[in-house]
Design a binder for this molecule. Structure first.
Ligand code: 1CP
Length: 394
């Protein structure tokens, strides 16, 4: 499906932004930078706005979700907004009993750890989401309308990144009924009852894929799939029991394309984001997709393999090593250790430059943290990192 002409990628507002160019394996005047969890508790303006509103209620209030998404873009001058929402929002929208408890995370009314509990979920038609997701589409539209007017020095509008949780990470919460350390219930179910596991993964893939598609159709210029807890898996289990569902989730955005007659054959472009020449000089490009997980050093190649254009790397694997693991020609995102945000500036400065130097081996690099911004972070450190990344040569 071709994106509507007013979509920021189709209209040419974000298709040559530093972010989108990096995701297709091109370099710009400088390295683009954004931070996972840049919206949230590290910002006093976020804490003030959230007083008296529960997390999931904030996610479903279009004006509030848009404002929270924009706060770090205005404050830090980052190269992208990441939509303020949560990976459990699509579950909530189709009627699953879930809340986000402060300081803990998503907690469910029950654990979905066996075949009969899974059958309760799969009785819900994932297509029900499309109508229920109206507040998400509205929040994205409001955010993008504002981002279109924010040029952080790159000469383009600021792109919005949409996101969703990968089926395994959602299943890790659903089978435990809440957060866990080693995701034992999910790792048990996949072997104890492969049929129930497949049904659960198939269902979560469609639900989360539709959530991602909604955000892109409403105006997001890139999509990130978070498989935060996939690092708990062996490569064999990941490939056999998880990767097909992640590929299915991404299939809901892979057909969303835009046409361009400008840069498709640019020197330096790689085939990272599919370019399909139609023989007239114009080409069709798909929306760039990033795939990220924590502790997934052993899985990086397989995570690329499910259909990602770029791979997000946590802080455990240096980017030059990650580049070897994902294979030549793959853009990377990451990977400053969030722990360093509280270190003295000279230490942080050195670490940022090291990440940039190692990232230079990839065709495109988007600077980020190796996981989310810790809530106690002094936000001025983030602003300073953006300045440093932008000043350093690409
Ligand atoms: O009240 C609050 O402020 C709650 C804290 C919070 C926030 C700000 C939660 C609870 N979620 C969010 C927003 C959120 N969640 C974003 C916003 C955009 C941004 O990055 O700025 C994103 C991308 C997410 C995605 C998310 N939620 C992930 C994947 C990313 C990751 O951190 O690995 C995961 C695993 C969740 C579950 C979740 N939601 C909230 C928490 C504390 C957790 C993790 C719980 C756990 O440790 O298992």
């Amino acid at each position: 499906m071709i994106l509507p002409p007013q979509h920021p990628l189709a209209a040419g507002r974000t298709s040559d932004s530093r972010l989108v160019r990096a995701y297709r394996g091109e370099r710009s005047d400088t390295t683009p930078v954004w931070f996972m969890r840049q919206a949230g508790r590290s910002l006093p303006e976020y804490r003030e706005l959230r007083v008296g509103t529960r997390m999931l209620d904030a996610c479903l209030d279009p004006a509030m979700a848009a404002e929270i998404t924009l706060q770090p873009v205005r404050r830090h001058g980052v190269d992208a907004g990441i939509f303020f929402s949560d990976i459990v929002v699509p579950l909530k929208l189709v009627g699953v009993d879930v809340e986000i408890q402060p300081g803990r995370g998503p907690v469910f009314g029950k654990a979905y750890a066996d075949a009969s509990a899974v059958a309760e979920l799969t009785a819900i038609d994932p297509a029900d989401l499309d109508e229920a997701a109206a507040p998400i589409a509205e929040a994205v539209r409001r955010t993008v309308a504002e981002l279109n007017a924010i040029d952080n020095g790159s000469g383009t509008a600021t792109p919005l990144i949409g996101f969703a949780g990968a089926p395994f990470t959602l299943a890790a919460y659903l089978t435990e009924g809440g957060p866990s350390k080693d995701h034992l219930a999910a790792r048990t179910l996949m072997h104890a009852d492969p049929g129930a596991w497949r049904a659960l993964m198939h269902w979560t893939a469609e639900l989360t894929g539709r959530f991602l598609r909604t955000q892109v159709l409403a105006g997001a210029s890139a999509a990130q799939l978070f498989d935060s807890w996939a690092g708990a898996l062996s490569l064999a289990d990941y490939e056999q029991l998880v990767a097909p569902a992640s590929a299915r989730a991404l299939s809901f955005v892979h057909d969303l394309a835009y046409s361009t007659d400008t840069g498709a054959t640019d020197a330096g472009a790689t085939d990272a984001a599919t370019d399909v020449s139609n023989g007239t000089g114009a080409a069709t490009r798909s929306v760039p997709v990033v795939h990220f997980g924590v502790g997934t050093g052993e899985l990086l190649g397989a995570m690329r393999g499910v259909g990602a254009d770029a791979v997000g790397v946590d802080y455990r694997v240096p980017l030059d090593v990650a580049a070897e693991r994902v294979g030549a020609g793959v853009p990377l995102q990451g990977n400053l250790d969030p722990a360093l945000l509280a270190a003295p500036w000279p230490v942080l400065d050195r670490a940022v430059r090291d990440v940039l130097a190692r990232g230079a081996v990839a065709p495109g690099h988007v600077f980020n943290l190796g996981h989310g911004v810790p809530p106690a972070t002094d936000p001025t450190a983030l602003t300073r990192i953006v300045e440093l990344v932008h000043e350093a040569a690409a």
